[in-house]
Ligand binder design. Structure first.
Ligand SMILES: [Zn+2]
Length: 281
């Protein structure tokens, strides 16, 4: 599942060729991909003829601001789910299988929502006062460019009994982190995934907060992570590079790069977690 670094890479790439263009045609072939709307027309019609002003991101969501002559500015929101991709194609002949929504831009290029597993979705939304899709207000802080707020958001939850990893995955405190980056962040912080929040010292919370900033920013620099079992591709179909830097996730049975112990995989709450028992306490 694409997480914050992959979605930020997508945002940067899409901004380069969508902002300043108009959307000249829209076709949604799969109702499940636009399930927030009761009819296809309710999704397609407002978008036709709009002008793309900017593309913002919060957590794992993109909020594409469009302006229209007929109504106030609004947002086209995109969530990739398990396997969604937004890809750019020069012509319809190139469009692959599982392409559910096609936006045609004023330069005739196509932005295509491809999603084999159909957990992702696109929907239209109003803008809130800060110019983001209103539905994204329910998310916690986005950790990029606000490192000091991460500590505060986590510290507020440190009276809880749940394991620290489940707090990181809960999008209502800090948003954008999924299973893969949570394991990388906790490895860097030296903390086990199942350590109850209430047992963490302020220094340990600070270590988690720093690791969130560092890991996510480094992953953005390398254009995210593409793994064999995951579907992440950038707009041109290219791969990210951060998977080669992983120290925990996907490294079951391999030597720990820090202590030369062995990275283990443990199952809890339906998810696997990768950790080094001697580096993470
Ligand atoms: Zn180790």
């Amino acid at each position: 599942m694409p997480e914050l670094p992959e979605i930020e890479t997508l945002r940067q790439d899409l901004s380069r060729f969508m902002v300043g263009k108009s959307i000249s045609a829209v076709s949604a072939a799969n109702n499940r991909s636009i399930r927030a709307h009761s009819t296809v027309g309710e999704f397609e019609e407002p978008l036709i003829g709009t002008h793309v002003r900017e593309i913002r991101r919060k957590g794992k969501f993109l909020s594409i601001t469009v302006s229209s002559r007929h109504r106030q500015d609004f947002a086209l929101v995109a969530h990739m789910g398990m396997s969604g991709q937004l890809r750019r194609f020069a012509s319809r002949i190139e469009i692959p299988k599982h392409s559910h929504v096609v936006l045609e831009l004023s330069d005739e290029s196509l932005v295509v929502f491809v999603d084999p597993r159909t957990f992702g979705q696109l929907y239209l939304d109003e803008l809130n006062d800060s110019g983001l899709a209103s539905s994204l207000s329910r998310l916690g802080i986005d950790p990029i460019n606000q490192p000091e707020q991460i500590f505060n958001a986590l510290q507020k939850c440190m009276n809880r009994k749940i394991g620290i990893k489940w707090l990181l995955l809960d999008q209502s405190h800090v948003c954008g982190i999924g299973n893969m980056y949570a394991d990388e962040i906790l490895f860097r912080a030296g903390i086990r995934f199942d350590r109850p929040c209430q047992t963490l010292s302020a220094e340990e919370v600070a270590a988690v907060a720093s690791a969130i900033s560092e890991v996510l920013n480094e992953a953005i620099q390398l254009r995210g992570s593409s793994l064999k079992d995951l579907q992440y591709r950038d707009v041109a179909g290219g791969l990210g590079g951060y998977q080669n830097m992983h120290l925990a996730y996907g490294r079951e049975g391999l030597e720990c790069q820090r202590c030369h112990g062995i990275v283990e995989r443990m199952f809890s709450k339906g998810r696997s977690s990768y950790l080094c028992r001697s580096c993470q306490r």
